[in-house]
Design a protein around this ligand. Structure first.
Ligand SMILES: Cc1cc2nc3c(=O)[nH]c(=O)nc-3n(C[C@H](O)[C@H](O)[C@H](O)COP(=O)(O)O)c2cc1C
Length: 333
């Protein structure tokens, strides 16, 4: 059993590279692509603890096989191609977390469970979830305890440098006696949202308050940025988010310490393999959902604006192939 895969990864003696959770992006298809290009840990999209809780209550007698619904669909994964897979929960009620931790551990059995303390979306904060939960130290602790008490899987957390009056250090101090395996620290404050420089200094200081694995996250978009983040934060690894959208090979660049200047044809090939996987797993809906990924793949290429315009209308694998073939011709001409 991989009771603590985090420590196993640390023992390898090189930075742990994680695909950070991204709602609407880190589905099974993208996780498999990220794994193929070097990610060590793959986070799910965030999943509502409340949704799982109410499903648990309503279907308790039949809960042996969870009903097919949107929340369960989000959790689907391929065990052999998505190692190590971590399911991230968001919510605010410890009871919801207890119930969903139990359910996911029994029915899905990922490699780990994670709790979201970083989401800045106003609707989520208003529910006391995400960054809203981080602001409330007592409730945050109760949530972590509830998850720990209802799973034998390693439990990790994802926090921000600061939310309200609570900074990462205060937060970690408050739970320093709990057996949390890993923390991913988004080095930006809640006020910063998704822009601005992350603070690697606070990630570095976190070491004094937390004995598990520390991953630094925020604004790492290339090899140079990865090196700087690792050096300045002293973290055990990195959580990569927007930096790997349309560029999953960044994992490999960091791992191999070299930059691959991929040609457009190579990028299209990767995007097509991603598209084929999305179609296989979700059918036509998979292609529609993939459009936003395709836009990222096209970024930075000659004629990107035109490519983007066409890609957001792609309805099939064949459409994508045709658009890319035409794109290549335009780039070569
Ligand atoms: C589209 C999008 C969706 C995200 N969804 C989640 C999520 O579900 N859970 C979470 O903890 N963070 C989520 N994040 C935050 C990222 O995991 C990461 O912390 C943030 O983007 C900063 O890293 P970056 O600057 O490398 O993108 C999301 C970010 C983006 C851009």
């Amino acid at each position: 059993m991989n009771k603590d895969f985090w420590q196993k990864l640390k023992k390898r003696g090189r930075p742990i590279l994680a695909l950070a959770p991204m709602a609407g992006f880190t589905d099974s298809a993208f996780r498999q692509i990220a794994k193929k290009y070097g990610a060590d840990v793959l986070y799910s999209e965030m999943v509502s603890a409340a949704a799982l809780y109410y499903q648990d209550l309503s279907g308790r007698k039949k809960a042996r096989r969870p009903k097919k619904n949107a929340t369960w669909e989000l959790l689907r994964f391929n065990r052999s191609r998505e190692k190590y897979y971590v399911v991230q929960l968001f919510g605010s009620d410890p009871e919801h977390f207890a119930s969903s931790a139990r359910l996911i551990t029994e029915k899905i059995r990922p490699d780990g469970l994670d709790i979201n303390f970083g989401c800045p979306v106003p609707k989520i904060i208003k529910q006391g979830a995400g960054s809203g939960l981080m602001k409330d130290l007592a409730r945050s602790r109760a949530v972590i305890e509830a998850v720990l008490a209802n799973t034998d899987l390693p439990v990790s957390i994802k926090i921000r440098a600061k939310a309200g009056a609570v900074d990462a250090l205060k937060f970690l101090k408050n739970i320093s006696d709990l057996p949390v395996s890993a923390v991913m620290i988004h080095g930006r404050t809640l006020n910063q949202g998704f822009a601005g420089a992350p603070s690697w200094a606070i990630v570095k200081k976190a070491r004094a308050y937390f004995s598990g694995i520390i991953l630094a996250n925020g604004g790492v978009n290339d090899l140079a940025g990865a090196r700087a983040a690792l050096m300045l934060s002293g973290a055990d690894g990195l959580g990569l988010a927007r930096g790997v959208l349309g560029r999953p090979w960044l994992f490999k660049e960091i791992k191999k310490e070299r930059v691959y200047n991929l040609r457009p044809a190579q990028i299209f090939k990767i995007a097509l393999s991603h598209a084929a996987l999305a179609q296989k797993l979700k059918g036509k809906a998979g292609i529609i959902e993939l459009r936003k990924h395709l836009v990222w793949y096209a970024q930075g290429l000659t004629g990107a604006a035109k490519l983007r315009e066409q890609l957001v209308k792609a309805g099939s694998l064949k459409d994508i192939q045709d658009i890319f073939n035409k794109g290549i011709k335009n780039i070569l001409n």
